[in-house]
Ligand binder design. Structure first.
Ligand code: DX5
Ligand code: ZN
Length: 235
């Protein structure tokens, strides 16, 4: 533990690995406490999963949740929009206090326009791709992105099994980023646990979203973060 406190977790490319706990797995009856706990335990940002019951078969949070969370923590709030027609809600989430707005390639017909709209709101732009979506579909927008999210499960639910078949695509995306926009963050989301975390980092991920592995960990969220960091250090 002492080692981990002194030396931050680094990728092979000497980038610090960031952890983004997903509040989808948190105890929502005490959301503020849960967020404060993970931030104190070393979370770098908070991941808010927004689902509309159309793009994915589940419903979750709206802008009001982001507005309530904003004063709870100083760390960045990233909003993962798993919704149809995301353009309709960008302004509301930006006004609520989101720092990064992530839209899905599959849900945005005019993706370039959507990214421009996010930047016009003064926010960081992220694009997510589902496991079945080829990396080449984000090649044209990559120069404009602050973050690219490669889904390691099919979106819609927490607690799903990591899809190892995505790893070769993650490696290809890493190469594209290094070539086109090296400062773009490469995030993964879904099934990230102590034993899968080192695999995605080896493939080039720099930001790890984790829900169940943190909030459902035996011993609580602080223990969950410690276990993820141990997994990364051992990997
Ligand atoms: C899935 C969401 C994820 C989810 C991850 O659609 O985008 O952020 O919370 O949950 P775990 O870490 O439990 O797989
Ligand atoms: Zn997510």
């Amino acid at each position: 533990m002492l080692f981990l406190e002194i030396f931050p977790l680094m990728s092979k490319r000497s980038e610090v690995i960031k952890l983004a706990p997903s509040i989808l797995a948190a105890d929502v009856s005490r959301l503020g406490e849960q967020v404060s706990e993970v931030v104190a335990a070393g979370a770098d940002r908070i991941h808010v999963d927004v689902m509309d019951g159309h793009f994915v078969p589940n419903l979750t949070f709206g802008p009001v949740v982001v507005r309530w969370l904003r004063p709870v923590t100083a760390v960045a709030l990233e909003v993962h929009l798993m919704i149809e027609e995301p353009d309709r809600y960008l302004e509301a989430f930006a006004a609520a206090g989101a720092d990064t707005l992530i839209v899905h390639q599959e849900g945005s017909i005019h993706l370039n326009r959507t990214i421009q709209a996010i930047h016009a709101l003064g926010k960081r732009a992220g694009v997510a791709i589902n496991p079945a979506t080829p990396a080449v579909l984000i090649e044209e927008v990559l120069p404009d992105l602050e973050l690219l999210l490669v889904m390691t499960v099919n979106p819609g639910f927490g607690g799903q099994e990591f899809l190892a078949g995505v790893l070769p695509k993650l490696e290809r995306v890493r190469q594209m980023i290094d070539r086109v926009r090296p400062d773009c963050e490469l995030e993964v989301d879904g099934g990230i646990e102590p034993h899968t975390a080192p695999r995605v980092v080896a493939a080039g991920a720099t930001v790890l979203v984790a829900g169940s592995a943190i909030f459902h960990a035996p011993g609580g969220a602080t223990a969950g973060i410690a276990r993820l960091k141990e997994g990364l250090a051992a990997g």
